[in-house]
Design a binder for this molecule. Structure first.
Ligand SMILES: NC(=O)c1ccc[n+]([C@@H]2O[C@H](COP(=O)([O-])OP(=O)(O)OC[C@H]3O[C@@H](n4cnc5c(N)ncnc54)[C@H](OP(=O)(O)O)[C@@H]3O)[C@@H](O)[C@H]2O)c1
Length: 370
């Protein structure tokens, strides 16, 4: 076992799993390694949705099937015991002759949740749980949250001045962070299912909201989502181009003509209930969960992120602080509307990590709600 109680084989399984983000979606990205007499004999990771799971791919990768008899399987997540798009992994494991199964974590999905390991134990296999669990939990953070809360995992990402402003009072924000920070953001976009913004951000910035390397689009694009209660976003906005699909979440306050125009451009527009005359964000999160969206990156603005935090819907933040000061109370706040009276009511951050990105400081943290 090495750093953070992880064996070198589980470390390799974690590395393999990383390669399946986001192609495995909506399945969790899992990695598996098979060893015999302390030698790696097989490896696998989750295929595209509908394809084989990591364990099966690892078993398939072993050409001489007799080598599997008495072998050990390392897998980041508990093998599944139910039939979905593919047959249960446990059947293939038992039939292969594998003797020992070492898992990172138990699958929180209600269809599995320990039943896979129970069945393997009943078949006489040796089971060990927890190898690299800290790292696996972090890698599968969005999936675990999604399966337990039945809501999407929301990460907020912003570029801010040192004094916490994300645009000047005129709404100018391009560009606060440096090139390197912005290319990291494209990597983040590539790994999530959806990008979310408020209507003001679309109106002021006219973003494309796509995941790009240089000027090229990544093959798999996240769904673009904008929240606009009253139908203010112009139909000519870049989010309605053909680069990716867009979903507009609105209320009955928006004009029907505007909603039809969005659909005519090949995008989606749905009406959700109102709360204080705006889109009800909790209902919105439930709706996105029911669409199968697991990880959302909310990219602003401050009003939408503040409102999502009021609903305890943002789990993580990633702020790129640029070495500039805007210094204007009318400039746009990074997070707005929490209206707290006492410091002890402030949201606390944990699991902080810092990174210097050229001259920007990137801070990532999880949010603790009271
Ligand atoms: N530096 C950065 O990282 C960054 C990122 C994004 C944006 N920005 C800047 O930030 C500015 C826009 O941010 P902003 O805070 O003013 O606006 P915003 O958060 O982008 O959009 C707020 C709007 O979203 C709509 N909305 C619908 N339902 C809502 C709900 N339940 N709660 C909150 N809002 C809801 C509201 O308009 P309706 O009532 O009409 O629906 C509201 O006015 C722009 O100047 C942009 O340049 C900077």
């Amino acid at each position: 076992m090495g750093q953070k109680n992880i064996s070198k084989y589980m470390q390799e399984a974690v590395r393999l799993a990383e390669k399946s983000i986001p192609s495995a979606h909506p399945n969790p990205a899992v990695g598996a390694v098979i060893t015999k007499n302390n030698k790696v004999i097989g490896k696998g990771r989750t295929s595209h949705y509908g394809g084989a799971h990591a364990e099966l791919n690892a078993i398939k990768s072993v050409k001489q099937k007799k080598l599997l008899v008495g072998a050990t399987l390392y897998t980041t997540l508990e093998p599944c015991s139910h039939t979905g798009k593919t047959p249960p992994c446990i059947d293939a494991i038992i039939q292969s002759g594998i003797r020992k199964v070492i898992v990172g974590i138990i699958d929180p999905d209600k269809n599995v949740s320990g039943t896979g390991l129970k069945a393997l134990k009943q078949a006489g296999l040796i089971i060990k749980i927890g190898d690299g669990s800290v790292i696996v939990k972090s890698q599968l953070r969005a999936y675990i949250y999604n399966r337990t809360a039945q809501l999407p995992f929301i990460t907020a990402k912003l570029a801010a001045s040192i004094d916490g402003k994300i645009a000047t009072s005129s709404g100018d924000s391009q560009w606060i962070s440096n090139n390197k920070s912005r290319s990291i953001v494209h990597q983040m976009r590539k790994k999530v299912d959806a990008l979310l913004v408020g209507s003001e951000t679309v109106i002021k910035d006219n973003p494309h909201l796509t995941a790009r390397y240089g000027k090229k689009l990544y093959k798999k694009q996240p769904l673009r989502i904008a929240i606009d209660s009253s139908g203010k976003i112009p139909i000519s906005s870049n989010i309605f181009n053909k680069d990716s699909k867009t979903l507009i979440i609105t209320t009955t306050s928006s004009p029907e003509k505007w909603r039809s125009a969005i659909k005519n451009k090949g995008h989606e527009c749905i009406i959700l209930p109102k709360k204080s005359n705006k889109v009800d964000l909790y209902k919105c999160a439930e709706f996105l969960h029911n669409l199968g969206i697991i990880h959302v990156l909310v990219e602003g603005g401050g009003k939408l992120i503040g409102e999502l935090m009021k609903h305890e819907l943002v789990s993580m933040i990633n702020i790129f602080y640029a070495p500039i000061i805007i210094g204007d109370k009318n400039a746009v706040n990074m997070i707005d509307g929490l209206k707290l009276n006492h410091i002890n009511e402030a949201l606390e951050l944990s699991e902080l990590s810092y990174q210097l990105v050229d001259k920007d400081i990137s801070i990532t943290a999880t949010i603790k709600y009271h």
